[in-house]
Design a protein around this ligand. Structure first.
Ligand code: ADP
Ligand code: ASP
Ligand code: MG
Length: 473
């Protein structure tokens, strides 16, 4: 048997196989990918390969541009960065032809990946893979350069943002009606934490795309965030697996109503990881008029300029002034554009000023049923407070609880939270110092903790829901 899924996906179906840069870092990696594709075809599937640039090529190209100019135009940078994927595609074609296959290489543009014109982080607006379909019908193996597309008007090359080949793969899988999208990488699946940093992290067998979404948003870079969003929206199952070993990896299934697998795959009741990212910054829009359309106007300005707002908190209006402050967390690279466009709109929106705080960190616990498990939130906040971490903002959703902290304390925050939740714990079930083991056992597929949480509920910070004022500083 080739795989767990080969019994469940009918022969003749399209399988999209994406090979990441780490899997194609050297000639041996290219050959491994070619063999993998050939074997999948021998089992009766049509394969569309999507490739990333080899190893650190994209970084190296970016460095080259920086040596030539301090401010390269984003469109020129896209033209440069997109070449890395072309090299991989051509080399893979050479290797596949030697195996008796009929490979054909496609740029993102030729593959029909149409995007908006935000260079450097273009969004896919349409996928028209007619040429890929024709190629498949001829019995060929289309190899698509990932991470790139072209604008509708002007047909200029764009890139989708770092790690964007994952998104190319899922978007093509959706457009081609593929049975599955396989993401081949240098780890054998999705773990409760980055296995390179946390050796005791555990591999997750199956998880829902909802949980994976939060996981990716929390800094788990094994899958690109937007690829998970896309897969969820279009109902594409993803299989994250190793390009080095044949064993099955982690299945990410979109929603329970779509069950492409005959074998029942049971979702773990709680699958939790702890993540931390520090490439964010906080912008505070001070004294926003308390009018119904103020927030919408703020967002309109930001979204038009391509700024990604990750978190927003509006403080309660001051009774006297009828104005409130709005705190925004944005990726660090978006701070300058955010300040520029907001500054330009100050007159029309009528806010009083702008402040910003350089790098902030976001530490989070991901799982399911977070909102209905106040204990998790309590433990999380208590742990941060015990570790002396200042918390700026708190986000709570059904699948995660996250706190914005100073970037300099992110590592400490992440360690404390990992310890508290038993992700990569030194000794499983050990509570942080001074806290007694509790009767309360919260057990999930990959997470367990057991502390006495009853005392926490009585602490002043935990009484009643937190207001924006309490959690914004
Ligand atoms: P590729 O080159 O295949 O796109 P990436 O470097 O983008 O690979 O992603 C794979 C890496 O993601 C792994 O090497 C691993 O260190 C990292 N990673 C971070 N968090 C996780 C996690 N929770 N589970 C698995 N891998 C993770
Ligand atoms: N080569 C691109 C990057 O390094 C895209 C990708 O790897 O998915 O970001
Ligand atoms: Mg990647």
């Amino acid at each position: 048997m080739l795989d767990e899924w080969d019994e469940t996906i009918p022969q003749g179906a399209v399988v999209v196989q994406k090979f990441g840069g780490s899997s194609l870092a050297d000639p041996a990696g290219i050959l491994r990918a070619a063999q993998r594709i050939a074997r999948t075809r021998e089992h009766g599937y049509k394969v569309v390969a999507v490739v990333s640039a080899m190893g650190d090529t994209t970084d190296e190209l970016g460095d080259l541009a920086a040596e030539v100019s301090a401010r390269p135009r984003p469109s020129d940078l896209d033209a440069l960065l997109s070449t890395g994927e072309l090299v991989s595609a051509a080399l893979l074609a050479i290797a596949l032809a030697d195996l008796g296959q009929a490979p054909v290489t496609f740029t993102g543009s030729m593959a029909g990946v149409i995007t908006d014109s935000v260079h450097g982080k273009a969004q896919i607006t349409d996928v028209r893979p007619d040429r890929i379909r024709t190629s498949l019908a001829r019995g060929e193996v289309p190899i698509v350069a990932g991470f790139q597309g072209r604008t509708k008007k002007g047909k200029k090359v764009t890139t989708l943002g770092r790690g964007g080949s994952d998104l190319t793969a899922v978007a093509l899988a959706a457009a081609l009606g593929a049975g599955i999208c396989e993401i081949y990488t240098d780890v054998d699946g999705v773990y409760t934490a980055d296995p390179r940093i946390v050796p005791k992290a555990r591999k997750i067998g199956v998880l829902s795309s909802e949980v994976m979404l939060e996981f990716a948003a929390s800094g788990c870079k094994v899958l690109h965030l937007r690829c998970v969003e896309y897969a969820r929206r279009f109902g594409i199952p993803i299989h994250v697996r190793s390009s080095f070993v044949p064993a099955p990896g982690t299945l990410i299934l979109p929603g329970l109503d779509r069950r492409p697998f005959r074998k029942p795959v049971r979702e773990q009741s709680v699958v939790t990881g702890v993540g931390g990212v520090n490439s964010a910054a906080k912008v505070i829009v001070v004294g926003v008029p308390d009018e119904p359309d103020s927030m919408a106007r703020l967002f309109q300005v930001l979204s038009r300029s391509g700024v990604n707002v990750q978190t927003i908190v509006q403080s309660a209006a001051n009774s006297g002034s009828r104005r409130s402050d709005v705190a925004l967390v944005v990726p660090a690279i978006d701070v300058s554009p955010a300040l520029a466009v907001l500054g330009a709109a100050q007159g029309t929106i009528g806010f009083e000023g702008l402040q910003h705080r350089g790098e902030v960190g976001r530490v989070s616990v991901t799982g399911v049923g977070m909102r209905s498990s106040p204990d998790v939130v309590c433990t999380f906040l208590w742990t941060l407070s015990e570790a002396g971490i200042d918390v700026d903002l708190v986000e709570i959703s059904e699948t995660y609880v996250a706190a914005i902290t100073g970037a300099e304390r992110l590592g400490d925050a992440e360690r404390a939270v990992r310890l508290a939740f038993g992700v990569a714990l030194v000794t499983e079930g050990t509570a942080p110092s001074g806290r007694p083991p509790a009767p309360h056992q919260f057990v999930g597929g990959d997470m367990r903790f057991g502390y006495d949480l009853r005392g926490l509920a009585a602490s002043p910070a935990m009484r009643g829901p937190l207001t924006a004022r309490q959690i914004t500083r």
